[in-house]
Design a protein around this ligand. Structure first.
Ligand code: LFR
Length: 474
């Protein structure tokens, strides 16, 4: 049988990649074909994405697949959540591609709560409060640019927008759409009553489609440019949804962390928990593959490390930073990684120092101390969140699976094993791309079930186990 290749466009907040996946001797293979920088940049005073440039990078990546003789049969795009593009009646974007760390949502929670309380919003959608959720971003648009909403015909979440640029099809993929906080946790479709009450135009929201849906072929112009015809198959377009699909385990005795710019820590559940207690503890019920709920908490994650690294001109690699942190491992100060002050500070280094100062702790004086504060605080936050999960689900879990780029942070894994007193199973590092490809492989029949896929991911990529006593096994 001829080998079938599948392409994943996996876009993170700091970089994007075009990856190829295929099966060889019963194991999944993965190859990075193209990598490019990403990030929010200031435009007209707003923090914005550069989607026009990024789409060109996607095309370059797809061309490269042909150049290396591995022409994919399908492609899917996954990105972060909550951000969207509004299109006018000519399908032209309205306004800037504003990103979720922009400050436009400040105070928008209060505007939304004038119409619907936080409790009711949570009990309807099951989505945790994060000030950047689409529900608040749309309120910012309504308050500052009401004309945009009047002109808008279509709302596409970021991955939907790239799928639209590729195919011309307009849909809202389910896992990503749930992050917007406008989808009912009961019907798994838009909560139209909520949308009406908030005064958002119904017509802009598109048909909700599930991962595994084919959007057909790319536009003729795209096919011509990349040099082949290509089908677009929608994956879990929310990166965390893809990462969770790639967790290499089939029992239920574990918690996962999808570790990248953010750390998303939780469990998979059949039912959403929209109770008041769950709301108070700020857990979310994001939609997953096959309507499996991702019951998890957002933790600020490696964003803090990425930011302080950037502030010293990226002069250290992440593994050097781990080493520097370890040299200062006894530095005692801690911060609350989930404090909003760390979401989009002007300067992360100063923000961490300020936090230590404000709370009467020792202020880090060198980069190693700064990194130790961040890593140990993250591990403490994981331990606290694991405890909350156990309380909310009424059971214990014996291990934690970490997938995504952050699973390579050896030092953090050891700290996490110690802080949580659980086994840490780290890998695969490419969880999101693997999950994206897995949804396409499930669609094409390469895997018969999610369980088979997860077993295969375990066999194909392996894991590294960190024990609470400090021992490590491959
Ligand atoms: C991770 C992620 C999180 C989401 C955040 C903002 O990359 O998708 O799940 O809460 O980015 O969209």
């Amino acid at each position: 049988m001829e080998t079938k290749y599948y392409a994943a466009v996996d876009m993170g907040a700091s970089s994007g990649r075009v990856m190829l996946g295929w099966m060889e001797n019963g194991k999944m293979q993965l190859q990075e074909v193209h990598r490019f920088q990403n990030g929010m940049v200031k435009k007209d005073g707003e923090l914005c994405w550069e989607h026009d440039r990024i789409f060109r990078e996607v095309i370059t990546g797809l061309k490269k697949c042909r150049e290396i003789g591995k022409i994919p049969c399908s492609v899917g795009v996954d990105t972060w959540g909550v951000d969207f593009v509004l299109l006018d009646k000519e399908d032209k974007p309205i306004g800037n591609y504003v990103g979720y760390r922009d400050h436009r949502t400040e105070g928008m929670d209060e505007e939304v709560y004038k119409i619907i309380s936080l409790d009711e919003l949570y009990s309807r959608t099951g989505i945790q409060k994060a000030i950047f959720n689409t529900v608040y971003q749309l309120m910012a648009v309504k308050k500052t640019h009401p004309d945009y909403l009047e002109k808008a015909e279509t709302l596409l979440y970021t991955p939907d927008y790239f799928h639209f640029l590729l195919t011309g099809q307009k849909v809202n993929e389910y896992t990503e759409a749930t992050t917007g906080q406008l989808i009912s946790a009961k019907t798994n479709d838009y909560d139209w009553e909520l949308i009406d009450r908030l005064g958002y135009p119904r017509k802009i929201f598109q048909k909700v489609v599930m991962p595994g849906t084919s959007l057909g072929s790319v536009r003729p112009e795209v096919a011509e440019e990349i040099g082949y015809d290509l089908e677009v198959v929608v994956p879990c377009t929310h990166d965390t949804g893809s990462a969770v699909l790639a967790v290499p385990a089939n029992d239920d005795d574990f918690i996962y962390i999808s570790s990248g710019t953010w750390s998303l820590m939780g469990v998979e559940r059949k039912q959403a928990d929209t109770s008041r207690k769950s709301c108070e503890m700020n857990f979310t019920n994001e939609g997953g593959y096959d309507h499996r709920f991702r019951y998890l908490k957002n933790i600020m994650g490696l964003w803090m490390i990425q930011s302080v690294r950037h502030e010293v001109n990226d002069q250290y690699s992440f593994s050097e930073i781990c080493d520097m942190a370890e040299e200062e491992k006894d530095f005692p100060s801690r911060v609350d990684c989930n404090d909003d002050c760390f979401l989009s500070p002007d300067n992360m280094t100063e923000e961490v120092k300020d936090y230590c100062r404000r709370t009467g702790q020792r202020v880090p004086e060198n980069f190693g101390q700064l990194a130790t504060v961040i890593y140990t605080s993250l591990a403490d936050c994981y331990a606290k969140t694991a405890g909350e999960l156990e309380e909310l689900t009424g059971r214990t879990y014996s291990r934690i699976h970490i997938v995504g780029g952050g699973s390579n942070a050896d030092y953090l894994n050891r700290l996490t094993a110690r802080a949580t007193k659980k086994e840490i199973h780290a890998g695969p590092g490419e969880g999101t791309a693997i999950g994206n490809i897995t949804a396409q492989m499930l669609k094409s029949g390469e895997f018969k079930s999610v369980e088979e896929a997860r077993d295969n991911i375990h066999a194909s990529f392996g894991i590294k186990v960190y024990n609470p006593d400090g021992s490590v096994r491959q």
